[in-house]
Structure formats: C-alpha cells, structure tokens
Design a protein around this ligand. Structure first.
Ligand code: PLP
Length: 621
C-alpha cells in the first residue's frame, strides 16, 4: 500500500481490499464500497472498452457536502454573523451530466456557479435553478454578455457581474441605464500577495485579470458619478489554483479584507467577499507545501477565511460579508478515475552477459573486466569507465574497426554494468547526482492504451503529478520499475514523473505482464481541467465515460457517454467517412483491374476500413 501512497491521497475514497484490488468508497466514511477491478470487468462486459473514465457522482456530492460542512463549522466556531455560499467554477469540468449533478447536490447549500467566459455563462444561466444560489459572472465581457447577465435577474437568478477590466465599468453603466436594471457588481482585485506554484502568476500587478488599486479607485469614481455605487457589493480575488501553502492564503485574505473595508468606507454597499479558487488537492498525500500537495486541510482553509473577515469587519464596525469560494479542483478532482490497460513492455537487456571470446575486440574485454570488478566501493568510478568504453565502441564502429555483432556485445556488456551498478545504488542512502538518472535509463517501458495529450494534458504541459497505480494484483510484490509510454507517436507522450513522498520519482513499480491476462492501471484525482484541455493529437479522441452511482445493494450506471469514433474524430478535421470509403473502393477496383489484389483481399480491406471508422480510436486489447 505504501508503495503507491494510496493511504495519503486516497482518503477517504480509495483504498486496497483483501483481494489486492483498489476499492472505491464513493460516500467516504458514510459507507458503501465497490471493487474497482470488478467494476471495470463488469463495464467491459457491457462493451465499454478501455481507456475508460469512471465518474462517481457520490464522490462529487461528498465533496460539496464536505466543503459546506467545513464552512458551516467555521461559521459556528467563530460566531460569524453571515453565511457561506459557494460556487463551482464551470471551467474546471463543464460536462453536462456532471454539472447537472452538481447543481442538484448543491441545492441544500444554495451552491451556485461561476462562469469564466461567455459560453460558460450560457451553461450556468440555463442550468442553475437553485433559489438564492449565486451566479458569478467572471471573464472578459462584451455588451451582450453584460446585458444577458443583467436580464438573468428577471428570471429569478442572482447574477453578480465581476468587473475584471476597467472598460467593463462603462459597459455596465450603459447597459444598466438602458435596461433599467440595477445589477449587483463586483470588482476583481489584483492583489499584491504572490501566489505559489504553477499558477502563482495569477496575481500581482501584471496578472492577466483584475483591477489594480488605482483602477479600483477609478471604477468607484465612475460608478459614483453614474449614481450606481450602491450596486458595487462584491470584492473578488483569485491568487491561482492549487495553493500549496496556507500562509499564502492567509496573506491574500488579509489583504483582500483590508480592500473590502476600504470599499465600504468609500461608499460601496459591500455584501460579498469572493475568495476565488486555489483550495488545493493533495495529489501525493504528503500534506506538505510541495506543489503536488498542500499543508492545510479544508477546515483550516474555511477557518482562516471566516476568522479573518470576522475580525476585519468587527474592527471597523461593518456587517460581515456573505463568503463565496470558487473551488473547482477541490470539488471535481476526486470524482473521476481513468482506467487504462497495458499493451506490452520493452526492456533493456538484463541478466549475466557472456564472457569475451577468443579474437574479440579489446574493448569487449575491457567492458567485461569492468563488469566483473564493480563493487560497493568503486561503482561510481566504474560507471564512468563503462560509459567511456561504450562510447569508444561506437566510435570504433563508426570508423569501421568494430563489426556490428561486436558492437552488440559491447552494448550488452554496458547494460550489464549499469544493471549491477543500479542494484548497488538502490541499497545506498545517498545516490551521487550523476547516477540519479540510472533508474530511469534502466526502466522498463510499459506501453499504455491511452493518449496523455487527450486524457492527462497537464502531465505533458506542466509536469502535473497524478497518482497512478495498478488497480489489481496489489497483493503481489511488483518486480518491475517502469515509465509509461502512450499511443501517440510523440516522444512527449510519456509519463516518467510519479508521486513520491514530498518528491517526484522517475519510475513506477509495476508487475510483470501475465500472458493472456489484462493489466489495468488507474490514474486518480484527474477530474479537474483534464477533460476539456485534452486534445486530439494523433487523432485519439474522447475516451468512453460512465457515471456510476452507489445503490443500497450495489451500483447503477447512470449515464454512458461513448468516446469518439474514428468517423467523429475525422469529422473534426473535415473528412467525411463516406468519401473516404468511396476513395478506398475506387483504389481497390483499380488494383483489381491491374491484378495487384484479389477480390477476397479487396473485400477484407474494405470491410476493415469501414469497421474501423465506426470504432473507438484506441486499441482493442
Ligand atoms: N476562479 C477563477 C477566477 C479561476 O481562474 C479559477 C481557476 O484557476 C478558479 C476559480 C478555480 O480554481 P481551483 O480549481 O483552484 O479551485
């Protein structure tokens, strides 16, 4: 269990059962669990091939419950005379089934939605039917966006239009005048508090969004002149996603609460404070400020927000605001698990090499002697010798002095030296820098039925770490150390960074493949941002997805969203399947006329071609 750290990142949803399979407890501690391996097999019987994205709607519900419970507890603990009304940022995962669930699960908490763009606002407007829930309108806006948001109030929605650019102030003033609607306006501030990690540049004077302090003053003035200062009721900030250190959150809230108080003093009718996203996910389970983790929990987060606002408002005799957070990652990550299979493996040669033969080149003898002499005292020095001899063998080969078979022998001996040295370094407490890559160089390559670009784009684009592990055979010692190579013919289509305790490791411990038996891996906590940012590199399309809900006795499949077929994917790049088939048919006819193909072969080819077009873009194993 410790190997994959599931007890850290998996809590309370994922664990390992006595059969050595991953178990999912979608309701957390509230009970009920599923054997993930058995679930995958059952789904395969329903013709749902891998790769397969499984969404557990109960996990989504549990995340919403947890977040609201943490704020409720903080509000009670600090006697906060106000409320919390969270919103879910649609950008994090816009899939319809997920959003419909989310709105439904959020009803008891008046949980709302945040739109970061005009198309997202279209979704939010249509889906959000919870009385009293907030509709936060962020992102760049044009007049149409602003008008639509304002008119939404006539439908019973509570839209809050957040001014992100100074130009939007006049747009709002004009729209308000024309429609005769007094909107609720907010300001997104560019805080000086610096975020941390991958998204640290979301804040500061040069951040992409938000108003600087002088612009905030200008906006207040313009609204006052238009007699709309009373509409300014919200202050918003967002210091980046996945904030790993709690002190950064505290600093931001402190700065924001000062601005909030000042806005009230300037005459705005302040009622809401929106702390944006940033609530982190513990991908490696280390509970540290490492970027793939966070050194605080949801309760600490809620406590700090509530306590700071209570104090800041009390100091200035101001009513406290309704608190809003836009947590996306913390809500959506856990609910989806991506299951994929291993198609095959490749290894560097291993095992004891043959000693040199009579008449073989001296370089082979030197490598053999190096191989034999390696021990715990000299392994670092002899690693250099072995590398040098191998280079020399290649130079000699290029000069025509060494034959191909001899080069093969030299390379084989070099790998044997590396294998021996690696075995020694694994026992050492300290591994010299130059030998650190040895593990990666000697790793097996496991070929996975997946496109990293489609299903885990952040792995490729920003070195994001997701927990990855086999979902079965966990009662067996894994004997291989591997990196994962995907189906794309792109050398970036690989995963060679895996979670470790507060660190990254370059290989994943895996099991030997057994002939005729599938080997399933799971990628966890990847429900946020990955699906929509995935791309069609090499024309691998959307994967199959299913929504699973726990029932008192077992589970039910709520929705099946079939992955793209080849026809669909080819359609995205303007190919028509019928035209393609017709073209192949013509080529077959010509080949028949020229007697280059038999009628049986041409029929087989056409049949395969037609069938493939209606099939999944991934390989069937
Ligand atoms: N709010 C805004 C304005 C954002 O830009 C983002 C994403 O970065 C979020 C909320 C969601 O952040 P997270 O997923 O870290 O909760």
């Amino acid at each position: 269990e410790n190997l994959y750290r599931i007890e850290g990142w998996g809590q309370p949803y994922f664990s390992i059962n006595a059969a050595g399979h991953v178990t999912v407890s979608p309701k957390g501690e509230r009970g009920g669990s599923l054997d993930l391996f058995e679930l995958v097999n059952a789904l395969k019987l329903r013709n749902l091939g891998l790769p397969l994205l499984i969404r557990f709607s109960d996990i989504l519900e549990d995340r919403i419950e947890r977040l609201n419970a943490c704020f409720a507890k903080a509000i009670a603990r600090y006697n906060y005379p106000g409320a919390y009304k969270g919103v879910y940022p649609v950008k994090c995962n816009q899939q319809r089934h997920l959003l419909e669930d989310l709105v439904r699960f959020g009803k008891p908490h008046q949980f709302g939605l945040e739109a970061g763009s005009k198309p997202e606002m279209m979704i939010a407007l249509a889906l959000l039917d919870t009385p009293g829930a907030l509709l936060i309108c962020n992102g760049y806006k044009d007049r149409e966006y602003i008008e639509t948001a304002m008119l939404a109030s006539r439908l019973g929605q509570t839209p809050l239009i957040v001014l992100e650019q100074i130009e939007e102030v006049q747009l709002c003033i004009e729209a308000s005048r024309q429609l005769g609607i007094k909107p609720i306006l907010g300001i997104r501030a560019k805080l000086s508090t610096q975020g941390v990690g991958r998204w640290g540049s979301s804040t500061g004077d040069r951040a992409k969004f938000g108003l600087t302090i002088p612009e905030i003053i200008q906006a207040v003035q313009e609204l006052r002149d238009a007699d709309l200062l009373g509409c300014l009721q919200l202050l918003h900030f967002h210091i980046g996603s996945q904030i790993s250190a709690i002190n950064v959150i505290k600093d931001a809230i402190q700065e924001a609460s000062k601005i909030y108080v000042e806005l009230a003093h300037l005459g705005a009718d302040m009622k809401y404070l929106d702390v944006g996203g940033g609530l982190g996910v513990d991908y490696d389970g280390s509970q540290t400020n490492f970027y793939a983790s966070k050194n605080y929990n949801m309760q600490n987060y809620a406590n700090d927000i509530v306590a700071e606002l209570k104090e800041a408002c009390a100091e200035h005799n101001l009513p406290v605001p309704t608190l809003i957070s836009e947590s996306g990652r913390a809500i959506a990550s856990h609910q989806s698990v991506l299951i994929f299979d291993v198609l095959g493996t490749s290894d560097v040669p291993s095992g004891a090499p043959e000693p040199p033969q009579e008449g073989e080149s001296a370089i082979i003898r030197y490598l053999w002697e190096t191989y034999q002499s390696i021990n715990e005292e000299n392994f670092q020095e002899l690693y250099h010798d072995a590398a040098q001899f191998k280079e020399e063998a290649i130079s000699r080969f290029n000069l025509g002095i060494l034959r191909l078979t001899e080069r093969a022998r030299a390379e084989r001996l070099y790998w044997a030296c590396c294998e021996k040295i690696l075995a020694i370094t694994r026992k050492q407490e300290y591994v010299p820098d130059e030998l650190e890559d040895l593990e990666k160089i000697m790793a097996s390559i496991y070929y996975i039925n997946l496109s990293v670009f489609q299903s885990a784009p952040d792995c490729w684009a920003i070195d994001q770490l997701f927990p990855i592990m086999p979902i079965h055979r966990l009662d067996e010692e894994p004997t291989r150390r591997a990196i994962l190579a995907d189906l794309t013919c792109d050398s970036d289509g690989k995963i060679d960074r895996f979670i470790d305790l507060r660190d990254v490791k370059s290989v994943l411990e895996l099991h030997n493949l057994k002939p005729g038996e599938p080997y399933y891996l799971g990628m966890f906590l990847n429900g946020a941002y990955q699906e929509i940012m995935g791309n069609l590199h090499n024309l691998f399309g959307d994967t199959n997805a299913v929504h699973i809900q726990l029932t008192p006795k077992a589970y039910k499949i709520e929705h099946v969203v079939k992955g793209d077929t080849m026809t669909e994917v080819l359609g995205y790049v303007q190919y028509d399947s019928e035209d393609l088939i017709e073209q192949i048919r013509r080529l077959c006819e010509q080949a028949l006329l020229d007697k280059r193909i038999t009628i049986q072969e041409s029929q087989r080819l056409l049949q395969n071609y037609e069938q493939s077009l209606s099939r999944y873009t991934y390989l069937s194993s």
